[in-house]
Design a protein around this ligand. Structure first.
Ligand code: ACO
Length: 376
């Protein structure tokens, strides 16, 4: 038997996967946007290569409103198994990432989409509506213990390994008290004017998940008799996690650190200021929520760091106390000997930091950026 030319039967997994947002139209469905994954190594392997097909297309369709997924796999030729060499079992792989309902017949999927009520609303509650460029955007917010929120997250979680480097799935089988620690924000474009009669005006644009960590605060600040004349160090309360349930205690009542875990704007909507607006909306929510003492981000990538820095700084610049911060110019930086005096008043900085609920490291970066911007 002739040797198999692997290249003839291999497809780049990022090229093979086509993700579409679709809408039902008279007699079928219409794609609104189509895009490819940014990465797929955690799904198809480090080589991001799929063996055993020619002309392979993995169409992952999403109904634009409720993100009901439908998968269709097409190819012109499939490799016939020889010994241990067999085509990649795509269904077996994708079953780990998509709900079972995604694997039905195309006709059934398309019919199911036409049956979605035109007054369908995203899960959770509407947190904010905004207008920009003549368009309406809505941010919906819900708890992961809510089954409707869970269903939507289950449908879209495959997008995490496709777009967020190192992003991980949330374990949806966790007990309810554990799921309650997750809040999910959904960003939607509401296209009422364009929506055909009987079709939902909602178009999903992105989502973010936020996890609550209990924030431990000692009841009394530590004192030491020998150091009583010295200033007490600024508190850096540790994250102390413990096992719930504890009878009568709910995470939503405890002081916490709210950590943005996954944050995604779908590619067709990136670069238009939606990420910035969505981030600020989430930040506004936690700034106003009394239980949250600090807003943090899990393992941000460079793009998210940029977005966060720009928007945090813009927020801080609206505060006169922050814009009055000035550098102590009497500081001399020495390579040896005692540490130099702080270049800004640490108490003032910490007061502002707590007011804006920004973590110490991020706040120091922002103060530094601001002070550098003052240098003529
Ligand atoms: N018109 C044109 N450009 C604009 C506008 C506007 N109205 N407003 C902002 N921009 C520019 C910004 O200045 C910025 O430019 P820069 O890249 O030169 O800095 C750029 O557009 C991006 O800003 P936004 O549009 O607000 O951000 P976007 O909507 O693209 O969201 C994000 C950024 C979240 C990183 C998005 O690209 C994304 O989801 N990427 C894939 C997933 C990802 O990386 N997520 C973060 C992982 S980290 C985590 O999850 C915690």
């Amino acid at each position: 038997m002739a040797a198999v030319d692997v290249a003839d039967w291999s497809a780049d997994s990022n090229d093979a996967v086509h993700i579409s947002l679709i809408k039902p139209v008279e007699g079928g469905v219409k794609p609104l946007h189509t895009f490819h994954p940014k990465m797929s190594y955690s799904i198809f392997g480090d080589e991001e290569s799929i063996f055993g097909y020619q002309g392979l297309k993995i169409n992952l369709k999403y109904n634009a409103s409720d993100m009901r997924p439908g998968l269709q796999i097409t190819y012109s030729k499939k490799f016939k198994t020889v010994g241990e060499t067999s085509p990649t079992d795509l269904k077996a792989i994708l079953e780990n990432y998509l709900p079972k309902t995604a694997f039905g017949k195309t006709k059934d999927y398309e019919t199911s989409i036409t049956q979605i009520a035109p007054d369908w609303k995203p899960p959770g509650e509407l947190y904010r509506t905004s207008e920009s460029g003549g368009q309406t955007f809505e941010v919906w917010k819900g708890c992961l213990a809510d089954l409707a929120v869970q269903q939507l997250v289950k449908r879209i979680q495959i997008l995490v390994p496709m777009f967020i480097e190192g992003g991980t799935f949330i374990e949806l089988k966790d007990p309810e008290w554990s799921l309650e620690r997750w809040t999910v924000f959904f960003l939607y474009n509401k296209r009422s004017a364009e929506a055909a009669p009987g079709v939902s005006p909602y178009v999903f644009m992105g989502y973010a998940t936020v996890y609550r960590y209990f924030y431990y605060q000692p009841l009394t600040p530590p004192t030491s008799p020998s150091n009583s004349s010295k200033k007490a160090p600024i508190e850096r309360p540790a994250t102390l996690d413990f096992q719930l349930p504890i009878s009568g205690v709910s995470f939503s009542d405890l002081p916490c650190r709210s950590r943005i875990s996954q944050f995604l704007i779908l590619p067709p909507f990136q670069g238009g200021g939606h990420g910035a607006r969505f981030y600020n909306t989430i930040f506004d929510f936690y700034l106003a929520e009394p239980q949250t003492l600090e807003i943090t981000v899990e393992d941000p990538n460079e793009a998210f760091d940029d977005l966060r820095d720009l928007n945090d700084l813009a927020r801080l610049r609206t505060d006169p106390e922050f814009t009055n911060l000035r550098m102590n110019t009497n500081v001399t930086v020495r390579s040896k000997g005692p540490a130099p005096k702080d270049i800004v008043d640490p108490e003032q900085v910490d007061k502002l930091r707590k007011k804006f609920k920004i973590a110490p490291r991020q706040f120091s970066r922002l103060v530094e950026m601001y002070l550098l911007s003052l240098i003529p």
